[in-house]
Design a protein around this ligand. Structure first.
Ligand code: MRU
Length: 356
C-alpha cells in the first residue's frame, strides 16, 4: 500500500473563496510577488476576471462561472425559477463568452441551468438556494476528483521517475490540489517521483510564475526550464513522464491544452518518455468528435511582444498568439480522470468509460 497523502501539507492554496456576499479570486496576474484577492460582486466582474486571467485553468473558470451565476441571481427580481431562467440567460451567455476553449465553463453553466430546472420542477420558491448549492457542489466535487486522480495517475509512475509538466494545473487552476500537479504531488508524497521539471509556459508564464511558486509552498523542489529546452532535457533521459492537464478532451481522446503541449507530446514519443493527460470528467467533451473542431483561443499579440509588461520586440513586428494547441490521441499514453484511466485513448476506449 502506498503511504496516505497528507492533503493538508500538499494543498495550501485556495484560488476561489465564496464569502456569502462576494466571490474572491486570487489574482493570478500578480503572482508570485503579490498575493492578493480581487472581490467580484457581479457576474460581469466574474466574466471579466475569467477573460483577463485573474482566474484561470479549466476547472477554476468553471467553478468561478458557477459562482458568477449565484451573483447574477442576486441582481434580478424574479418570482420563480421559470422567470429566473429567462432573466439570467444574458448573464450566463456573457460568462460563457469569457473564454472559448475550456469546456468546463460551458459544462458548469449547463449544470447551473439544470439546477434551475430542477428547482422549477420542485415548486421553484428556493431557486436562489438551489443555485448556491449547485455552485458549492461543483467546487466540492472538483476537489474530490483531484484527490482521486492524484492517486490513480501516480500509480502509473515507477519509483524514482523524472516528470516534466507544462502550464499550471495545480490548486491555482482548480478547487484545490490540482490535476496534473495533483498527480505530481501524490507521486512525490509516495516516493515515485524523484525530480520535477516545470516548463516556463510562454507567453503568460504560468509555469514560471505559478507552478514554480505553488510547488515551493509545498516544499517540492521543481527545476524550471525554458520551453525550448524540453527536447534537449528529454534527450538526457531525465524525463520518464510528461504530465499535463487539459482544457477539452474530445470523444476520440484528442486533447486541447496550453500552447506548447503538442510539441512536448511529439518530443516525448521521440525520446521514449510517456505522456499523461490528467483532467476531471468535466473536461471531457463527448459531443466534440475530434480536435479539429475545437475553437482555439487567440489572445492579444501584445502578450508576446514583451515580458512582464516591458516591451522587448521592435515596434511594427506582428505576432500570432494562439494560447492552446491540440495533441492528437495517438501521442497520448494515458488519460487519467476521476472515473478511471483510459490507456492509449481512442474513440472506442473513450466511449467505454464515458458513454455517448
Ligand atoms: O490559459 P490558461 O492558463 O487558463 O490555460 C490553462 C491550461 O492550459 C491548463 O493546463 C488546463 O486548463 C488544465 S488546469 C487544471
Amino acid at each position: 500500500m502506498p503511504p496516505a497523502i497528507d492533503y493538508a501539507h500538499y494543498d495550501r492554496i485556495r484560488p476561489i473563496r465564496w464569502t456569502g456576499a462576494a466571490l474572491e479570486l486570487l489574482d493570478q496576474r500578480k503572482l508570485p510577488f503579490v498575493v492578493e484577492y480581487v472581490a467580484c460582486t457581479t457576474s460581469d466582474a466574474v466574466a471579466d476576471a475569467i477573460h483577463s486571467l485573474a482566474v484561470r485553468g479549466a476547472p477554476a473558470i468553471g467553478i468561478s462561472a458557477a459562482w458568477g451565476v449565484v451573483l447574477a441571481a442576486r441582481a434580478i427580481d424574479a418570482a420563480d425559477a421559470v422567470e429566473a431562467s429567462v432573466q439570467l440567460e444574458p448573464a450566463l451567455q456573457r460568462l460563457n463568452a469569457a473564454r472559448p476553449t475550456a469546456v468546463n465553463l460551458a459544462w458548469a453553466l449547463a449544470r447551473m441551468r439544470a439546477a434551475l430546472l430542477r428547482a422549477q420542477a420542485g415548486g421553484g420558491a428556493d431557486w436562489r438556494d438551489a443555485l448556491e448549492a449547485e455552485a458549492r457542489a461543483i467546487e466540492t466535487e472538483d476537489l474530490a476528483a483531484n484527490h482521486a486522480m492524484g492517486t490513480l495517475g501516480a500509480s502509473l509512475i515507477a519509483p524514482g521517475s523524472g516528470v516534466l509538466t507544462h502550464c499550471n494545473t495545480g490548486s491555482l487552476a482548480t478547487a484545490g490540489f490540482g490535476t496534473a500537479l495533483g498527480v505530481i504531488r501524490a507521486g512525490v508524497a509516495q516516493g515515485r517521483i524523484g525530480k520535477v521539471f516545470a516548463g516556463e509556459t510562454r507567453p503568460w508564464q504560468q509555469g514560471a510564475r505559478l507552478t514554480a511558486w505553488e510547488l515551493l509552498q509545498d516544499g517540492i523542489p521543481a527545476t524550471l526550464i525554458a520551453d525550448s529546452a524540453a527536447a534537449h532535457l528529454m534527450k538526457t533521459g531525465a524525463v520518464q513522464w510528461v504530465v499535463v492537464g487539459a482544457d477539452r478532451i474530445c470523444a476520440n481522446g484528442d486533447t486541447a491544452n496550453k500552447i506548447g503541449t503538442y510539441q512536448l507530446a511529439i518530443s516525448a514519443r521521440h525520446h521514449g518518455a510517456k505522456f499523461m493527460v490528467v483532467a476531471p470528467s468535466s473536461t471531457v467533451d463527448m459531443d466534440t468528435a475530434s480536435g479539429e473542431m475545437i475553437e482555439i483561443e487567440e489572445r492579444d499579440p501584445t502578450e508576446l511582444l514583451g515580458i512582464g509588461g516591458t516591451r522587448t520586440v521592435a515596434e511594427g513586428v506582428p505576432a500570432w498568439n494562439p494560447v492552446f494547441d491540440v495533441t492528437p490521441h495517438g501521442l497520448i499514453d494515458a488519460i487519467v480522470t476521476e472515473r478511471g484511466i483510459v490507456e492509449r485513448p481512442d474513440a472506442g476506449s473513450m466511449r467505454a468509460l464515458f458513454g455517448g
